[in-house]
Ligand binder design. Sequence first.
Ligand SMILES: [Zn+2]
Length: 307
Amino acid sequence: MADDTPLGPGLRVLERGWLSSNNIVLDDGDAVTLIDSGHCVHADQTVALLRRCLGPRRLRQLINTHLHSDHCGGNAALQREFGCPVLVPSGSWRAVNEWDEQALSYAPLRQRIERYDAQGVVRAGELLAIGRRQWQVLSAPGHDPESVMLFDAVHGVLISADALWENGFGVIFPELEGDAAFHEVESVLDLIESLPVRWVIPGHGAPFGDVAGALHRARVRLAGFRADPARHLRHGAKVMLKYHLMEEQRQPLDALRTWLAEMPLLAAIWQGLGRPESSLAAWNEHVLRDMLDAGTLVLRDGVVHDH
Ligand SMILES: [Zn+2]
């Protein structure tokens, strides 16, 4: 990108679909630093996109804002291809090194991931010098307890991950397991509001400049969830199911029912809702039916399709 773009010099956003997070390519001297790597089912595409951006330059490092499978699913492929070090939020260091799939959420969410490792950390409070720009590392709990955001105060650019999107924010995962986190989402929105942010590069969707509007919409959404936490739980269940179908593209109904029955987080959500319907299986069926009725998923000849 030219130096006169709103996002400032030496920064390129590879906007991806919803299953793969955006990848942000930062000029870093004669090399490149990459922020986030998308989902593993798109890893080949991520490698190809990055290779085109790199040209003769090398990939100096890959930094993850957080370790959800749609933000670090390309880590293993990129490490293989480019031999670059991976830096993860400091709070996730132990879980990555021990490959604790429970703590990393891949097990409870039953999501696909290719194992990767980390060579270093980014820590809230530190200032990262990347090329000619400096990025403050900010803690952004709520959506994910260990998530960080990156903020370049000179250019007013915030890499927000899933803490703020143009319309809302990512599911508040701790809440799905019964841990209070609405207040953390609010604190992060307050933090963003307190900073001179002119442009946000979200984890999903295009960069946007109406920061006040996005903050307002996020606050309205948060207030709605707070007033009716069951709505957030039901929303969380649907997001998990949609994500699974985005990963699989299609799945026979029986296999999907088995997946639903064995998905630990859905059982936790069902518990959190006070065990509605006669059983977990009946409630799962209800959630699926709602999504088919809404057209979010499609059933054809006994096979459920993403769309
Ligand atoms: Zn996330």
